[in-house]
Design a protein. Structure first.
Length: 272
């Protein structure tokens, strides 16, 4: 009896051992499977998705920046799908981006050359422009944001020139009164837009000195047909200058200036 019992126990342990051995084999097989490996179905779907991402880049219809397009291409390459059609599309996309970056750099180089020439002209000021006229030209160049060290240095030089001209009053006193007002209006709006409210207020005070007083009337023409003229609600010069600073824009043109015997402005007419 004990011999039979011993055989039964032996058979049970052998059975248990086989089960454990099979479990180890299964676990070992799973551990040898590369993590992240896609099934055929998922791999096919991923390749099709990559192709759809590449198509607008190849066709030049993508609305993304060149840098963002380049990141997409690099991301697809990193997946290493090794699909013949996809590999060809990757090469086409790389060629398209290479040409686009070259064209972008060409345009940027041309803008830098034009800006450099304009800044040198501003430093020489052969046209004898006022400080505000130079400031207007400079703002257009700064708006391009060219990010070139030489351009940045020239901009600083022109800014210093403009500052020196304003400090000494140069380039403004000899200009016609209309030109002085137009420069002042533009300067107030542009300085306020760039956040330089202190300079805008300084220009306001300087401009007010051209008038008989802060309450000189300013009339704004809405429409004109022959002798029939429609005006907007009247305002004063001080209120109008503050309006330019607050709205950061100068949209009205000077239509007429009336002065007294001393040359001070006693009425100003603008037109929309």
């Amino acid at each position: 009896m004990s011999e039979i019992t011993s055989k039964i126990k032996s058979i049970r342990w052998q059975h248990l051992f086989l089960i454990l051995l099979m479990a180890v084999v299964v676990v070992g097989t799973d551990s040898c499977t590369p993590k992240g490996k896609l099934s055929k179905k998922d791999r096919k779907a991923a390749i099709e998705s990559a192709k759809r991402q590449l198509e607008p880049i190849i066709n030049g219809t993508s609305t993304l920046s060149l840098e963002e397009q380049q990141r997409i291409v690099k991301g697809i390459i990193a997946k290493n799908y090794n699909d013949p059609v996809l590999n060809t599309m990757i090469e086409d996309a790389q060629q398209r981006l290479k040409a686009a970056f070259a064209e972008q750099e060409k345009v940027r180089a041309q803008k830098i050359d034009e800006a450099r020439a304009a800044l040198y002209d501003m430093l020489l000021n052969k046209d004898n422009k006022s400080a505000d006229e130079l400031a207007k030209d400079l703002m257009a160049i700064k708006a391009q944001n060219l990010k070139d060290s030489q351009i940045d240095d020239l901009i600083k030089q022109v800014e210093k020139k403009i500052h020196d001209m304003r400090s000494s009053g140069g380039g403004t006193a000899n200009r016609p009164l209309k030109g002085q007002l137009e420069d002042a209006f533009f300067s107030i709006a542009s300085d306020a837009k760039s956040g330089n409210l202190a300079q805008a207020d300084k220009t306001i005070q300087k401009t007010l000195s051209l008038f008989q007083g802060d309450d000189v009337p300013v009339l704004i023409i809405i429409s004109r047909e022959g002798k029939d003229v429609d005006f907007d609600k009247p305002t004063t010069i001080k209120r109008y200058l503050n309006f330019l600073r607050d709205t950061k824009a100068s949209k009205n043109k000077i239509d007429d200036i009336q002065t007294d015997a001393s040359g001070k402005i006693k009425e100003l007419d603008l037109i929309k």
